[in-house]
Each structure stands twice: as C-alpha cells, then as structure tokens.
Design a protein around this ligand. Sequence first.
Ligand SMILES: [Ca+2]
Ligand SMILES: [Ca+2]
Length: 343
Amino acid sequence: MKFAACFQCRARACSGAVRRRVDRPLPPARERGVALITAVLVVAIAAVIATSMMSRQNFDTRRTANIIHRDQAIAYALGAEYWAGVELSRDAQQNNFDHLGENWAYDLPPLPIDGGYINGRLRDLQGRFNLNSVLDPIQAERFARLCQAINVDPDFIPALQDWIDDDTEVRENGAEDESYTRLAPPYRTANRFLVDSSELLLVQGVGVDDYNILAFYVSALPVSGAINVNTAAPQLIQSLTRDVTVPEAERIIGLRTANPYPDVDVFVEDEAFAGREISEEHLTVSSQYFLLTADVVLGDATLTMQSVLYRTPQGQITVVQRRFGPSREQILTQSGGTFVAGN
Ligand SMILES: [Ca+2]
Ligand SMILES: [Ca+2]
C-alpha cells in the first residue's frame, strides 16, 4: 500500500500526519460536480417534502380548529335563539301589543365569549308586508302603493298572485306555467304560499335590483298574517290607504314612538287618515312572527344564523325556520347592493 506524502511536512514516513491513500485516485472534477449537484437536489427535494408536510399539518390543525369553532359558534347561536324566545315569552306576559320600545326590539350588544363575541337582534316580521297576503284585494292595493313608495315597479303583482294561487288560470298581466316552462331552465309556478321572500326572484317581472330593495320591506309568513302598525316601516304606513304623504306617515311614527297604539281602532282614527277610507283588515298591534339574526365570531370562524320564531298569544315559542349563512343585509352590503334601513 502506498501513501502520499504528508500534507503538512511532505515527508513520506511521517506517522503523525494525515495521509491520503494513493491507490484510489480522485474522480475527475466533472464527476465531483455531478455528485455535488445530486446532493444539493436531494437536500432541496427533502426540504420541499418537509415543508409540504408541515403545511398540510398546519392546514389540518387549522381545519380542525375551524370545525370545533364552528360547532361552538352554532351552540352559541342556539343560545341566542333561546334568549330571544325567553324575551318574547316574557313580553307576552307583560302586555298584548308589541312596539319598538319593548325589550325584545333592542339589539343585543356584542357580548364577549371565550375567543370571540356574539350579538343578536330581533325584528318583527309583521312590521313588513307579508307577500302571502297579496291575494287579498286590500293587501294587493297596499302592496302596489308600497312598491311605488320605494321606487319598485308594481307590475309584477298579478304574476305574484298567480304564483301563489292554487289554480293555473292566468290573470290579466299574470303568469302561470306556460310563462315559466319556456325559460331556460324551465320551471313551474309554485301555486302555494312563498316559503321565503327570496322566492320573489323566480316570479316574472321581478329583477334583482327590485328584490334588493323589496327584501327589507317584505316577509313570507306561513299564514296570511296582519301588519303591525306599531312596528311597520314608514313606507308601509304610507301604503295603508290612498294619498298618505311622507310627513303624515312620519308624524304617525313619531306618535307611536311616544305612545304605541293599544289597538287598531285608535290607529285608524288618527287624523292622518281623516277623509280617507282605511280598512282595519289585515292590521294589528300585536305580532306572532319574529326574525332573529345572531352573529357569532369565534377564532377565525364567523357564523350568522337567522331563525323565524312563532309566538302564541300565551307566549309559547316555536322555531318555524332556521338557516345558517350571511343575512340578506350582509349579502347586499358586501355586494354593494342597495341597503335600505327598514324594520
Ligand atoms: Ca308586547
Ligand atoms: Ca297559480
């Protein structure tokens, strides 16, 4: 076996110095370069794989946290629903009329919870026009006046009546199956009450812009419910009979804020309606249907729940509809749509 000279003293016989075997020659510089690149590539690939695994692990961790937070958020939202039921039930024990000065009508301020906050608000759905009452001639006239007050063309009302009535007879300017089955995709009239006011978008003559305005003034109750004159928006008060001016409607709003109407008789005798016929039909001072909107923010999870609550005159509460997702107000605000502050 041969040894090269010592690297330090150049002596062949140096015993303490580092020696290099000479019977195995160094590979050419080109091969050493290839080996180096291969090593760098292996390290780079290993680094990429490690990074990918860590990212996936982080993603799984965040996804699990989001699932847990969402489940917790749903539990908090259901808690808000319970709160709303208690408030409405308590209110029913106190009096037999409903107005915007009562406890249930005040928004729940953001309440801190572990890792976030929750807020909620109740709205009287009978302070809006119930689309399912539009088959009644008096209500149809009121709805036409409401549309005019909020700058929506009321020409679609006969089509809405055809959409709800249970026959297939086309009324004047209306629309039944033959109008919708020619569309792409085709569909048929419901021939029953609307389940949700967004069903309006399927009715002939209702555009998205119209709906974006109407959404804040209408509801779709499972019954032909009456309008609560103590909670109705000024435009709806204005629509109750002919030729009620905006100042007159605002005066009524001011009066009812100070002294809510205890019954409909007192309301229709208001001087704002002097000389005009106003029917007591489909008017009330007490409500049975309310909309709860609860927003929960928990960690990175944000949840909005909307529940329709039905209250019997005795104060028993039933949840008749519940949905998760952004409210119409949030959707319209995010999409830059028109936001009109209604009840
Ligand atoms: Ca009340
Ligand atoms: Ca029909």
